[in-house]
Design a protein around this ligand. Structure first.
Ligand code: ARG
Length: 560
């Protein structure tokens, strides 16, 4: 329950102001005795030329709703007071009853393909691909929680002229043995070397072009090498996906659409959308916009053509209600073109296509790129994160069983959480030490809070204490926790509407902070007549923290 929304709704039943404005005016009274929310009447007084005190009295007149124990005018304010004890009891009951299903709701249904991760074969997965992977994975979980059927598609970059270059490079400097030993690293080195040497020796570029032509024409050697590169690269990627705990429903990448582009080009022609511009076949994008190229002047099709074919194919295959592309912000124009062309083809479903962009990860303020070799190798980042986590666990809890599993959950979880806690579109800097800290706004902090809750529950069990909600808690710290718990379903709703996992990550951090305040101020395991209710609060917190972390794709160890 979003109480603020409810306050706004009640106010709007009485006053004629835009919703956004009322939303912005709502305050939290400094003195909690006055209530939980207040609507100040000064703005209204000004426009109505009336006394704000009078207006407050008029607005509060007859206003009532079960969420609020009291709605009263106090001077120029309308105050809303929640029945704290009622809220605490109701919320804890609900969470304990629903357990991990708490927060599930039916906001929609149907297939939602999510185009995510989509790294390029024979190149290391970049931090950008990491972002796409973890953001896409989390959005899939969030969409599922609100009723949709997500379909995670890894649109592998497994085709294009670069494979001609790679084959040429491999033929010149490659060794089968090296590729087998460390596929991506070595293929990547050939590729980087190709670019370096091609700057001095333009003949190399011709060689690359020839090999690509052979590949297109189905030359057995070219095809075999290409398939092999794809296979070993995918095996490497799968190792990282396994570490991250991410799975896919489809790996239909760029190559899958090789034979599906011509029909799209024909369709565009038939619909009279294609015309020639400087030797290329293009579709007009409207006044003042550059046309979208569909077939280049040399007759080759491009990224956009392939994505058009993929979108049509997915519509036929999945009959989707929405389709999401989790791809960096630098490709925004591409997705505008994709949607515009589909729309012009008469496909209204183009309106249900959403580009979900995200910002860059920088290091020391600099952009990371794969082309120049200035790249962070993702498996190394994850390995380092796990060993940092392990150091801290060994210091804090040397006797912990399953140390390696916990270190894995914490280290990898830290990297994922760090990625998701920022608004999707923000750029952020990656500093591993920062990411794996147990204090501050980190994943390990949330996990540690959950482990603390679990440890309290274990101790209580050893004391023979039960969890219960027969009486109600009446302190402000408990109320603060319970109010957050009550907000969880609504938080998921917002995250699903904005395709924004950071809303869940921030929520988890806040809940963890409030719970730790509770822990610092209240003696939970004191054996008095409210101990079972305090334990209910502890258990409910753990359920929701675990649930929230789960929506981010982060595990919550019970002990750490
Ligand atoms: N492989 C591309 C890249 O690494 C991303 C593909 C995104 N998905 C798509 N349908 N265009 O930049």
């Amino acid at each position: 329950m979003d109480f603020k929304e409810k306050v706004v709704e009640l106010i709007l039943s009485k006053v004629d102001l835009p919703k956004e404005q009322v939303m912005g005016l709502i305050e939290r009274p400094k003195n909690p005795k006055l209530g939980d929310y207040a609507f100040p009447c000064f703005v209204l007084a000004k426009s109505l030329h009336k006394n704000p005190v009078e207006i407050a009295a008029e607005v509060s007149e007859g206003l009532a709703s079960p969420e609020f124990a009291k709605i009263t005018a106090v001077g120029p304010y309308v105050n809303f007071a929640i029945d704290h004890q009622q809220l605490i009891t109701d919320t804890l009951k609900t969470v304990l009853e629903k357990q991990q299903t708490y927060g599930e709701q039916q906001l929609g249904q149907g297939n939602v393909p999510i185009d995510m991760s989509s790294p390029n074969i024979a190149k290391p997965m970049s931090m950008g691909h990491l972002r796409s992977t973890v953001i896409g994975n989390s959005i899939a979980k969030i969409m599922k929680k609100v009723g949709y059927n997500p379909i995670k598609i890894n649109y592998l970059g497994d085709y294009g002229t670069q494979f001609g270059k790679l084959i040429a490079a491999y033929k010149r400097w490659g060794s089968e043995e090296d590729v087998k030993k460390d596929p991506i690293m070595n293929l990547f080195h050939y590729y980087v070397r190709f670019h370096e040497e091609a700057e001095k020796d333009p003949a190399l570029d011709d060689e690359g072009r020839e090999w690509f032509k052979k590949l297109e024409d189905g030359d057995p050697e070219a095809v075999k090498l290409w398939q092999w590169f794809r296979e070993v690269s995918l095996a490497d990627f799968n190792r990282i996906y396994k570490e991250l705990g991410v799975t896919f429903d489809s790996y239909n990448g760029e190559a899958f659409f090789n034979d599906k582009m011509q029909p799209v080009i024909d369709e565009l022609k038939e619909k009279g959308l294609l015309h020639e511009s400087r030797g290329a076949q293009v579709v007009d994008m409207g006044e003042g916009e550059n046309p979208a190229i569909i077939v280049k002047s040399d007759g080759t099709s491009i990224y956009l053509t392939r994505d058009l074919a993929a979108a049509e194919w997915r519509m036929k295959e999945y009959g989707f209600v929405k389709m999401l592309y989790v791809v960096g912000g630098e490709q925004a124009q591409h997705f505008v073109e994709l949607k515009t062309v589909l729309k012009k083809m008469g496909y209204d479903w183009a309106d249900e296509i959403h580009h979900i962009p995200f910002g860059l990860i920088t290091q020391g303020g600099k952009k990371l790129s794969t082309r120049k070799g200035n790249v962070v190798f993702l498996d190394q980042v994850l390995k380092d994160a796990v060993s940092l986590a392990k150091e801290q666990i060994q210091a804090k809890n040397p006797n912990l069983e399953d140390q390696d599993q916990v270190a894995h959950d914490v280290g990898v979880g830290a990297v994922i959480f760090h990625d998701l806690k920022n608004d999707r579109l923000d750029n952020f800097d990656f500093d591993l030490e920062e990411v794996v800290r147990f204090e501050g706004d980190t994943g390990p902090y949330v996990q540690y809070t959950n482990a603390r809750a679990q440890s309290i529950l274990r101790k209580a069990k050893a004391m023979g204490k039960e969890v219960g909600t027969a009486r109600s808690l009446d302190d402000d710290w408990a109320f603060a926790v319970a109010k957050d718990l009550a907000d969880f379903p609504d938080t998921i709703k917002k995250a699903s509407e904005k395709f924004e996992p950071s809303i869940i990550a921030k929520y988890a951090l806040n809940l963890a902070k409030k719970f730790n305040k509770y822990y610092a101020n209240v003696k939970i395991l004191t054996d008095d007549d409210q101990i079972s209710e305090r334990l209910a609060l502890v258990e409910a917190t753990s359920i929701v923290l675990t649930n929230a972390l789960g929506l981010l794709g982060v595990n919550a160890p019970k002990e750490m």
